[in-house]
Design a protein around this ligand. Structure first.
Ligand SMILES: Cc1ncc(COP(=O)(O)O)c(C=O)c1O
Length: 485
């Protein structure tokens, strides 16, 4: 009996010349969703099946592979069995950072194949260990961290976050405006759930960290991507943002420093975004989780510091700066003018209470982490691992024929461009999969970060220089002569 995944693949082969992208264009689905349907990670919902059926002149039952089953069961005089499907709320929600390519990598690993992983921003496996003081203080406080805390977090943690906001010039942040979370991730999803009504549009960067797109969709909103301009160090294109604002636009997201480009936005660019927020009355969401990972003596300017008269919701955490992604420590801060946001804040408080509280042992180390000596600074100076690895990867990528990359200012990502005139690619996920299978190196395709062409990919340059050297040599060898035409 055919499955929905096989039926989608059949339509791709029969009606779209074998191209998932053509199928996506014809049906209005995202390439990410199509690839999930094909590889069996997801099935189309009834609504999606109806859309696909209409485009290709078949029935939704056929798309879902239920036609044969219902006929055979009917013939046997039985009621068709109920199918337990993924909820329709998840239609179009993608998070390919942990997608099908990673699944293939895991399969290879389980078969004993050694893979170089340049795919995920998780410092600990690359010998970026947490500062000893963090481990010591977590152990020290463990006995006192057994119960639930206040839903927003323990006093000491929130006080430290409040003081951090003072140092960054973020105005009007009281203890009540701070929410700790199980990573910034939990709070991003929570904020979108509290903020969005069905059909509300939120502007967000392209490329983006895909949790943002997924969270907006999950909350019923419509993600509208604004272009970040590679020619301008990947800064947000203000004209493009302006052109995409409609009466339904309620918010704008900035990710600064940026994942996946590594760009750090200068104050002038942030001021222009602040002006747009004023002009069109937009809520600003600032994901600043990499704000302590800036190189070359540059300074991070907090978005909230430029918006004393408007409301800004900022996100931060210790996963990256303190190399404790597994401890799940993040926070969200409301700043500026909150006069007109009573309803939204009530919603946030409700959702925050419903999850009772964030991981309390994790909260216990926030004060330790934010005060005093910051060990991450050493990693970002010449001679430090992140700095030296950035220099290495930037030069190595630009030395590969057909590739180029803008030098990242911050974080540990680089987002190289493939010259499609020289290297013939139509499906970047396929390229990443081929590279993985042939050369045992795992990266992430740009379309997984909502980039709109198959001509970019992301490298996480956390592995040491020797490993990066091996990976880039293999990339050079792989791309030499690689073609999908
Ligand atoms: C831009 C951005 N925001 C948020 C997160 C999630 O961080 P956390 O570990 O605090 O959930 C990440 C993780 O990679 C990220 O890159």
């Amino acid at each position: 009996m055919a499955t929905a995944n096989e039926r989608v693949q059949l339509l791709i082969d029969r009606e779209c010349g074998g191209s998932q992208q053509v199928f996506a264009d014809k049906t209005g689905l995202t390439k990410g969703s199509v690839s999930q349907y094909v590889n069996g990670r997801n099935e189309p919902s009834r609504k999606t099946a109806a859309k696909v059926a209409e485009v290709f002149g078949v029935t939704p039952e056929w798309v879902l592979g239920r036609d044969e089953e219902s006929t055979s069961r009917k013939e046997e005089g039985k009621r068709p069995m109920r199918e337990w499907k993924k909820s329709e709320k998840l239609d179009g929600v993608c998070y390919d950072v942990r997608g099908p390519v990673l699944e293939e990598a895991n399969r290879m690993r389980d078969n004993g194949i050694d893979i170089i992983k340049l795919n995920i921003g998780n410092p600990a496996p690359f010998q970026f260990n947490a500062p000893d003081e963090i481990i010591h203080d977590m152990v020290h406080n463990l006995r006192d961290a057994q119960g639930y805390s206040d839903s927003k977090g323990i006093f000491g943690a929130r006080k430290a976050i409040m003081q951090y906001c003072q140092l960054k010039g973020i105005p009007n942040v009281t203890m009540e405006d701070i929410y700790t979370g199980n990573g910034a991730s939990e709070l991003i999803t929570m904020a979108m759930q509290a903020f969005l009504n069905d059909g509300d549009e939120v502007l967000l960067p392209m490329p983006d960290y895909p949790l943002w797109t997924a969270s907006i969709k999950l909350a019923g909103g419509k993600p509208v991507h604004y272009r970040c301009d590679e020619q301008q160090n990947w800064y947000p294109d203000i004209k493009d943002i302006r052109s995409k604002i409609t009466p339904n636009t309620t918010g704008i997201v900035i990710i600064n420093p940026n994942n996946p480009t590594g760009a750090l936005y200068p104050k002038e660019v942030l001021e222009q975004i602040a002006d747009l927020a004023r002009e069109f009355d937009l809520m600003v969401f600032a994901d600043e989780i990499y704000d302590r990972l800036v190189m070359d003596g540059k300074k991070h300017v907090a978005m909230g510091s430029l918006l004393p008269d408007r409301m800004c919701v900022s996100f931060n955490g210790l996963s990256k700066s303190h190399r404790i992604a597994g401890f799940r420590v993040g926070w969200m801060v409301l700043s500026g003018n909150k006069k007109h946001a009573g309803g939204f804040i009530t919603g946030l408080n409700l959702l925050s209470s419903m999850r009772l509280c964030s991981n309390v042992p994790g909260q216990e180390v926030i004060q330790t982490a934010l005060g005093g000596y910051q060990s991450v600074d050493e990693l970002l100076l010449p001679g430090g691992r992140i700095y030296e690895q950035r220099e290495f990867i930037y030069n190595a990528i630009n030395d590969i024929p057909g590739l180029s990359a803008v030098k990242p200012d911050a974080a540990f990502y680089i987002f190289p461009r493939i010259d499609l005139g020289k290297i013939h690619i139509k499906d970047d996920e396929q390229m990443i999969l081929d590279f993985l299978k042939q050369q045992k190196v795992l990266m992430l395709q740009g379309t997984a970060m909502n980039w709109d062409k198959p001509d970019h990919f992301r490298i996480v340059y956390l592995p040491d220089r020797r490993t990066l050297g091996k990976a880039t040599e293999r990339l050079k060898e792989f791309l030499d002569g690689y073609s999908q035409y």
